[in-house]
Each structure stands twice: as structure tokens, then as C-alpha cells.
Design a protein around this ligand. Sequence first.
Ligand code: 13P
Length: 249
Amino acid sequence: MRKNIVAGNWKMNNDLAQTEALIADLKAQTISSNAEVMVAPTAVNLFSANAALEGNAIEVIAQNMHFAENGAYTGEVSAAMLKSVGVHTVILGHSERREYFNETDELLAKKVDAALANGMRTIFCFGEELADRKAGKEEAVVESQIKNALFHLEAAAFKNIVLAYEPVWAIGTGETASPEQAQDMHAFIRKTLANTYGAEVADSVSILYGGSVKPANAQEIFSKPDVDGGLIGGASLKAADFFAIVNAF
Ligand code: 13P
């Protein structure tokens, strides 16, 4: 069966001292759920975060990477570099990367290919904007984001893909998709996967929900049959809140 996953996306927060302090707080918490737990510090702190969490069940993952192996891409980080500091999972396609750094489906397809070619697991993010939902186009938007970036892959590649549905209107806004809205979209995503890759692949892929998940709403969202976990922004910056969400499973 597919895994439950709760991942904290720290975004551009926490310098080295703050990273070490938050990790110390996380290590003091107890995982009492069956969820895999991950945290994504900023790139410059991946090495020290990984060292601080050695031997701990919490996996350190990256927020982004470039598609090239190396070369003249000033300011960028490659899959090989991530692996060299012990990082084996990368978030790709976050809406903030799409919006502020012009990441397109086409670019993301190349990043996904690079991650998979390096044996890395990808948490692939997508989600509609408020205007899309108001226009009743949320399923069409999500379907095209997934198809354009992922549907060139062979079925076997999906063992290293986790999907993260993050409606843009729910990110950092305090406005969460209702558990029913999340379930409806996750079921649609699974159906879209099944139509192309078959039920076995569709049933094996974890689909996370992201967007204003908090200790107070996590349990209800995670109780939905097609919601396999969460990608957590703001609430992942406090160890107690993050673990209240982790332990909501
Ligand atoms: P918030 O939990 O702060 O809404 O952020 C969600 C998110 O973007 C996780 O990647």
C-alpha cells in the first residue's frame, strides 16, 4: 500500500542557528504515527541539517534543484550535489517556483527527469489558482500540470514520485481547502493516473495535500481516503505544531 508522508517545507526561513535549534526541537518530539516524516531546509543548510538528524527517522529533503548535472548555471544546485550531502528527495514544481521563478511544465519535466535519472525521489507539486477554481477549471488545470510534467514517464518511474496537490489560494492564506475539496481533487488525480498507467500505479502513488494545514485541521484532511499526507509550510516551522500534524495520522 502507498505510504503516508508528512513533509515540512521551510521555504526561505531559518538561518544556520535557527535550523539547528528547530532540529533540536524536532528531535525532542516523538513520532506516534505511521507517516514518513521529512523536512526541507534551505539549500545552504541541508548538510548541517542532515548531520544533525543522523540516525533519526526524519529525512532531510531539498526544496528545488537544477536539471543539469553541473556547468555554467550560476547560483544553482544539481542532483549530484544534493546526493553528495545525503539528500535523496527533492520538491519540484512548488507554486512559488512557478510564480516567482517562471518555472514551466516543460522545465519541470526536465527537472523530474534529472531527479529520477539520479535515483532521487521527487515530490511533485501542482495546483490551481483561485481564478481557475472560480471558473470551474481546477480539474483541467491540475490535469494539464500533471500530464505535461509527468506523463512522458514510464509506469515504473512512479515508484519514485510523490504528488502534492497545493491549491495556490490555500497556501499561506489561512484558507484551507475543505476536506471534501481535497478528497475530490485527490480522487480525480488518482483517476487521471489510472487512466494512463492503470489502477496498480494509481493506487501506489502517495498524494499529499498542501495549503494551510494546521494541527486543528490535519486530522480531518488526512482522514480522507485519497489524502496520503501533507506538505506543510508555516506550521512546519514550530516543532510542536509540525508533530501535532505528523501525529494526526
Ligand atoms: P502553508 O502551509 O504555509 O500554507 O504552505 C503550504 C506550502 O506551500 C507547502 O509547500
